[in-house]
Design a protein around this ligand. Structure first.
Ligand code: DAT
Ligand code: MG
Length: 149
């Protein structure tokens, strides 16, 4: 489906380092459509819920503290295969293993400061979009005839 959606969040280090435009540029250049965007400070409960599947991990507390440490930019992107391809644009979790050419591969080193989040499946994307955009997304009508045949 051309209207698959994923949740992409530029984490506090990415915002502080001025990488917001770089991230948006890469998703736009690929042909994906920006459906929603907001800068926000993250309530601790939201960070905890976002990463609830990792709550038993030893790094969970540090992870939550990192996400609430400064403003993030939360975005929703739409297009064919955007979840899987978005993960490729983001790169592997540990930036030392992320391919150069991916966002993490190009811009970071430590797993605990890996600049960006991307949903890992269509179902988790739905959950995360609901969590981060409870107000819903604005209506729109993108012109996509130069992206899709
Ligand atoms: P991803 O963000 O690639 O989906 P994940 O969902 O497994 O990775 O973990 C979420 C975040 O938690 C990840 O971006 C960084 C942090 N994290 C994961 N594994 C970690 C580890 N072994 N040590 C420290 N932080 C880790
Ligand atoms: Mg994940």
């Amino acid at each position: 489906a051309n209207n698959e959606q994923t949740f992409i969040m530029i984490k506090p280090d990415g915002v502080a380092r001025g990488l917001v435009g770089e991230v948006i540029k890469r998703f736009e250049q690929k042909g994906y459509y920006l459906r929603a965007l907001k800068m926000m400070n993250v309530p601790k409960e939201l960070a905890e819920e976002h990463y609830v599947d990792l709550s038993s991990k030893p790094f969970y507390k540090g992870l939550v503290n990192y996400i609430v440490s400064g403003p993030v930019v939360a975005t929703v992107w739409e297009g064919k295969g955007v979840v899987v391809t978005g993960r490729k644009l983001v790169g592997a979790t540990n930036p030392l293993a992320s391919e150069p050419g991916s966002i993490r591969g190009d811009f970071c080193i430590d797993v605990g400061r890996n600049v960006i989040h991307g949903s890992d499946a269509v179902e988790s994307a739905k959950r995360e979009i609901g969590l981060w955009f409870p107000e819903g997304l604005a209506d729109n009508k993108p012109e996509l005839k130069w992206v899709y045949e």
